[in-house]
Design a protein. Structure first.
Length: 288
């Protein structure tokens, strides 16, 4: 873990997506954060010690499981139809990231994926840590750079150097693999930020503990909001029957200049708590 000295920072960005606006003054207290995302080896240690069974292994809600069976969403990079980028694969879970027949023997130092929010929380509880708040995560990802759009400065690839694992080429059909990786990469394969943290950007999205909400200049105060209220507000207003959503941060190996420019500290995205995928992982924090 790395110690992060707390302080004030400007959260968000006015240059990219609406959900990142407006920029707001925020502050965090001192905390510790994992240097890298939780790896397959880390998660394997947890499962061996506890016998924990992940959401993907158990399957979705009972009525859904009868239709699909236990599994998870896997990105299909060579899909000819843009509507089939994602495929629900039976048997896909953290030990079999591409589905039945796949494995992690050569991926033990890669971020664990196919992790639902409850799985990340279970691991964090087991190691005596917590999941980061959105503010903690963004403060750490910025690495001390106050006004830069990227975690390393203002250029996406300074001098042509790849600084993170994201998609190069025209998403979703062409990936020239300039960074050397089609899917996840080993943690620490790219340079650390100013706080000596790796993979804060790209590789895998990371869960935070915050319920999704529309960014505002006036965040709800704890005195007038409850966790249950924030949970309800996280629902998709166009489909309120859906499950609650948490904020994920950092982008992934699927973010691309022509499609999803979310390989930035300010970027944020809603993710249903019961929806593990092949590009979402997590890391943990400790309050100082």
């Amino acid at each position: 873990m790395r110690f992060i000295r707390g302080g004030g920072f400007v959260k968000g960005s006015d240059l990219f997506y609406p959900e990142e606006r407006p920029r707001t003054e925020r502050s965090v207290r001192d905390f510790w954060i994992d240097r890298h995302p939780v790896t397959n080896l880390d998660f394997q240690t947890f499962v061996t010690a506890t016998g924990y069974v992940t959401f993907a292994e158990r399957g979705p809600r009972e009525e859904t499981t009868k239709c699909f069976g236990a599994g998870s969403a896997v990105f299909t990079e060579l899909a000819s139809d843009s509507g089939t980028w994602w495929e629900y694969r039976l048997g896909a879970y953290w030990r079999a990231p591409l589905g039945i027949g796949s494995g992690i023997d050569d991926l033990l130092d890669h971020p664990v994926v196919h992790i639902a929010y409850e799985d990340a929380l279970a691991y964090a509880t087991w190691v005596g840590k917590a999941l980061p708040t959105e503010d903690q995560w963004e403060f750490a990802a910025r690495g001390g750079l106050a006004d830069s759009e990227y975690a390393w400065g203002d250029e996406l690839a300074p001098g042509g150097k790849m600084m993170a694992n994201f998609w190069q080429g025209a998403f979703p059909h062409e990936n020239d693999l300039t960074d050397g990786w089609l899917r996840t990469s080993p943690v620490g394969a790219f340079p650390p930020n100013g706080f000596d943290l790796v993979d804060m950007i790209g590789n895998v999205w990371e869960w935070t503990s915050d319920w999704w909400n529309v960014a505002t200049n006036h965040p709800m105060r704890s005195c007038c909001s409850t966790d249950e209220m924030l949970k309800r507000l996280s629902l998709d207003p166009f489909d309120p029957s859906t499950v609650p959503r948490k904020v994920i941060k950092g982008g992934s190996h699927l973010c691309a200049p022509n499609y999803c420019q979310r390989y930035r500290p300010a970027a944020r995205h809603p993710q249903a708590v019961d929806s593990p995928t092949s590009h979402i992982g997590f890391r943990c924090v400790l309050q100082s």
